[in-house]
Design a protein around this ligand. Structure first.
Ligand SMILES: [Zn+2]
Length: 297
């Protein structure tokens, strides 16, 4: 049994019986951290929990996806997309890589929803208060003005209550926001399936400040391929690089991120920045033998 499955089963064992009975078949079928709107409704009916109570009860299962070799502090988040589906996320850290490359649980849940095609987040449930970095990250969302935040033993509050007098995309003249559906029409002639997948991701990236339209694809030892697109932020530092979004994709798909075998990065050369050097060094910390294809368009 994998460590993740073990943690999921431990979390299940601590749930109220009615919820455990109803949730077990979902968790035992290669659960990848997505609960559909319909599944959530039937879990609610079976457990007799309120919407809020059920989301809070599910948090330990989200935190089970945490990869935290440095802090051993397991944060779980559940983002609900505009479709009503719920997406789990958890913090991710890596040994031998500077802390700026770590991923917070809120970023994980939100980018997970983005990968699955959501265009906005209506609410997010977290087992610890969101740090300043994440409040700023969430203020980039298409739904930043209406996003609600739920913590254990607290009343639900809006993101704007957690981030008064906020700074965001509109202060830099940017309309839209993170998770708005985009297609940038970048093109690349290549035989490489990994570069083609990275290009597809770059075409969905959110980079209104640096114009570094970029995406990445990762191939794991299992043969599965995961991709990630760049999520830029008006305050720059909370930006989530494409590699991190792809690592979320892999982690939530139950892959061990240390089994990344090869990668491809595509970025628009007209951008003011490049992800190449940091992507290469972070990947090499995960696996020193990783290969990286690169295309600057
Ligand atoms: Zn945070």
């Amino acid at each position: 049994m994998t460590r993740l499955q073990q943690r999921l089963e431990e979390a299940l064992a601590n749930l109220p019986e009615a919820l455990r009975t109803s949730l077990t078949p979902i968790i035992n079928t290669e659960f990848k951290g997505v609960i559909s709107k319909e599944q959530f409704q039937s879990l609610q009916a079976d457990s007799q929990l309120s919407d809020k109570e059920l989301r809070l009860a599910l948090l330990p299962l989200a935190a089970a996806f945490s990869v935290a070799p440095i802090s051993n502090f397991y944060v779980g988040a559940i983002a609900r997309g505009l479709t009503g589906n719920l997406y789990f996320g958890a913090n991710m850290e890596y040994n031998d890589v500077q802390l700026g490359q770590t991923i917070h649980a809120e970023q994980s849940a939100i980018s997970h929803a983005w990968i699955q095609g959501e265009t906005g987040i209506s609410d997010i449930t977290i087992n610890f208060s969101p740090c300043g970095h994440c409040r700023q990250f969430m203020n980039e969302l298409t739904t930043a003005d209406s996003l609600m935040v739920q913590l254990p033993e607290r009343n639900e509050k809006s993101l704007q209550e957690y981030l008064p007098e906020s700074f965001g995309p509109k202060d830099l003249g940017i309309e839209g926001g993170l998770l708005a559906p985009l297609s940038h029409n970048l093109a690349l002639e290549t035989e490489s399936p990994l570069l083609r997948k990275a290009l597809e991701a770059a075409n969905r990236s959110h980079a209104p400040y640096s114009h570094n339209l970029s995406g990445i694809a990762l191939e794991m030892e299992s043969g599965e391929v995961y991709y990630g697109m760049y999520a830029e932020n008006a305050a720059f530092n909370p930006s989530l690089p494409p590699l991190q979004v792809a690592l979320v994709h892999a982690n939530m798909s139950r892959e061990d991120i240390l089994t990344v075998k090869s990668a491809a990065l595509v970025e628009d050369h007209k951008g003011a920045i490049s992800h190449l050097a940091i992507t290469q060094s972070t990947l090499e910390a995960l696996n020193p033998d990783v290969t990286l294809e690169y295309a600057s368009l």
